[in-house]
Design a protein around this ligand. Structure first.
Ligand SMILES: Cc1cc2nc3c(=O)[nH]c(=O)nc-3n(C[C@H](O)[C@H](O)[C@H](O)COP(=O)(O)OP(=O)(O)OC[C@H]3O[C@@H](n4cnc5c(N)ncnc54)[C@H](O)[C@@H]3O)c2cc1C
Length: 559
């Protein structure tokens, strides 16, 4: 996958997608499979905005039961299933423990059992879509208080705990690579994509959007791109781009944003994820309800999310502050007394924005609404040639993309009208049985790589492992790990630059390899990465300094 801006500028596209988050990535994959000539441009790196800041859950949608939104439950559960089929290497099944509380009606055992049974009924038949037995989603069971405490002793601190129900969800090893995997598939099917290209404005001609004016944020070069249809999939930035034309309105306008912060701490519990709630109410600029938190075992650490606080700054300035961390830790310690988390326990933290369509910020804003929007502006009194696609969940991005490409098909002829994204594996996801595939590759590479390294290569690169290993075999030292604490190979960082369009140190450390997303990898490791990729990208000393500074900024809440 090459960043070829000359080629992009010299092509007239059927479709131009603004934004390389999961929504834009799914759109690109779908439209490419249906034969459209398309380009996707992303102003930062692919998947590094909201899509990287999520809890990385592919939710089955059980929360929608509370509002009796059975269709939404089924949709989420179905989409979660499709991810198992098309990207088996990047998903893993994880049991959540959902505590039951003595004396509470809504959090009591009876209510939870009714909910779980209803959920099971709504999910009927979905596992039949998955051929790999290890990838079928299991249904949970009830644990008594004693059994819960045997498994997770720290839950003894939960007031009134009477037991827990397990609920299996799907979790992503690496949501950045999941987004990338969709884009790589689109590129494999003939599309063009470029990161670090920002759309500065829409170009219109006689009541029609005909293209976009862009800026290469690496070189400063400006240029224009033309397309029959432009799709705005810029997530929180979508309304800002549309605002240059009065008539480009969403069905439900964004009224503001809420910031969600996650922290990554040393592993608190290896087997179970926890879904915990508190009755605490907080008055902010707007009213917040009781907090829900998830504690999820993730890559040898625990991922805890999320805060939910009003965000009023410029969108590009979203970042984690020390105040976020301190307040979040206080909340967590109040929910699980005795845990005694401290600031120093935080290895990494990241923030993303929930677009709001109501002035009230609820503690479960995104799970509660889950409302995505596909807007054909020409049908709403706006110009032709532009469609806006506002995502609501990572989990349902494939489904929104399907709806959007169907809509685009009513404007321009689709060479193949069928949507196949629910069943055709992603380019890296061509794995029939994940366990068997891992075992086979561990055997094949037993003389050169440890079983753990092979495992980690597969959960990053899936069926492309052979391509990556043979690339590494061509250069001495590329099969070596960068450090004892991380499985990443020296060659993987070079591969990221030469074959996966990584353009900055940040792209390599956070988006392609995940070296930095479980904590600072260490100065020595950063220097090793720079030594490998600096020459490939022709960096001088000043540039290297800037690149390292940019990576360090991600950890600066600590200062
Ligand atoms: C804290 C938090 C936790 C969440 N957890 C979950 C979860 O566990 N499971 C789940 O299903 N969902 C979750 N969600 C929701 C989910 O993350 C989002 O719905 C989804 O990632 C949105 O994807 P997107 O592609 O629409 O937006 P984004 O990921 O924000 O992508 C939009 C892209 O457009 C780019 N862009 C913006 N302006 C321009 C421009 N001018 N030119 C070019 N590119 C541009 C941006 O850089 C960005 O990469 C969570 C959301 C938050 C905030």
């Amino acid at each position: 996958m090459k960043r070829d801006l000359k080629k992009i500028q010299s092509t007239v596209f059927d479709l131009l997608i603004i934004g390389g988050g999961i929504t834009g990535a799914c759109l690109a994959h779908d439209a490419a499979l249906r034969g459209l000539r398309l380009a996707l441009v992303e102003k930062n790196d692919f998947g590094m905005s909201t899509s990287a800041a999520s809890s990385k859950l592919l939710h089955g949608g059980i929360r929608y039961l509370q509002k009796l939104q059975f269709g939404k439950v089924r949709e989420s559960a179905r989409e979660r299933t499709y991810f198992q089929v098309i990207a088996p290497h990047l998903t893993t099944s994880i049991p959540f423990l959902v505590p039951t509380i003595r004396g509470s009606v809504m959090k009591g055992r009876a209510a939870l059992l009714v909910g779980m049974n209803l959920y099971r009924a709504i999910c009927t038949g979905l596992n039949g879509l998955v051929s790999d037995p290890a990838k079928k989603v299991e249904f949970g069971t009830f644990f008594t208080r004693n059994k819960v405490l045997k498994q997770v002793p720290m839950l003894a601190a939960i007031d009134g705990l009477s037991g827990a129900h397990t609920l299996y969800e799907s979790h992503m090893h690496n949501s950045e690579r999941m987004t990338l995997a969709f884009i790589k598939s689109a590129v494999h099917n003939g599309s063009l994509a470029a990161n670090h290209v920002e759309v500065k404005r829409l170009i219109s001609d006689d009541q029609r959007i005909t293209g976009v004016h862009c800026r290469d944020t690496l070189s400063g070069e400006e240029f224009q791109l033309s397309a029959k249809v432009v799709v705005n999939a810029a997530g929180p930035f979508l309304p800002g781009i549309n605002s240059q034309i009065d008539s480009l309105k969403l069905f439900k306008e964004t009224t503001g944003f809420s910031k969600g912060v996650h922290i990554v701490v040393s592993q608190l519990e290896a087997k179970y994820a926890l879904a915990l709630s508190s009755g605490k109410k907080t008055e902010g600029l707007v009213t917040r309800g009781g907090r829900h938190i998830f504690m999820i075992p993730w890559r040898g650490r625990t991922l805890i999310g999320t805060t939910n606080v009003p965000f009023k700054d410029e969108l590009d300035k979203v970042r984690v502050t020390r105040k976020d961390i301190v307040e979040f830790i206080q909340d967590i310690n109040a929910i699980v007394p005795g845990l005694s988390l401290a600031e120093n326990d935080v290895h990494y933290a990241f923030a993303g924005l929930y677009p709001l369509i109501s002035d009230e910020i609820k503690s479960d804003t995104y799970q509660g609404t889950g409302e995505y929007q596909v807007v054909d502006h020409s049908e709403q009194g706006g110009p032709a040639g532009i469609v806006s696609v506002m995502g609501a969940k990572y989990t349902t991005a494939r489904a929104i993309a399907e709806q959007a490409v169907d809509l685009i098909g009513s404007k321009i002829a689709l060479p193949d009208p069928r949507c196949r994204t629910a069943s055709v594996p992603l380019f890296e996801g061509r794995v029939a049985s994940l366990e068997q595939f891992i075992a086979d590759k561990q055997q094949q590479y037993r003389d050169i790589l440890t079983p753990q390294t092979v495992h980690d290569l597969i959960v990053s690169h899936g069926s492309e492992i052979d391509t990556v290993v043979s690339y590494c075999q061509n250069t001495p030292g590329y099969l070596d790990k960068l450090s004892d604490e991380r499985e990443t190979l020296a060659g993987e960082v070079a591969y990221a630059v030469e074959h996966e369009m990584a353009c900055t140190l940040d792209d390599v450390v956070f988006a392609r390899t995940g070296l930095g997303t479980i904590g600072h990898p260490g100065v020595e490791v950063l220097n090793k990465v720079v030594d490998i990729i600096g020459p490939l990208l022709a960096w001088d000393e000043q540039r290297i300094e800037r690149e390292i500074e940019a990576v360090e900024r991600r950890y600066q809440w600590r200062d």
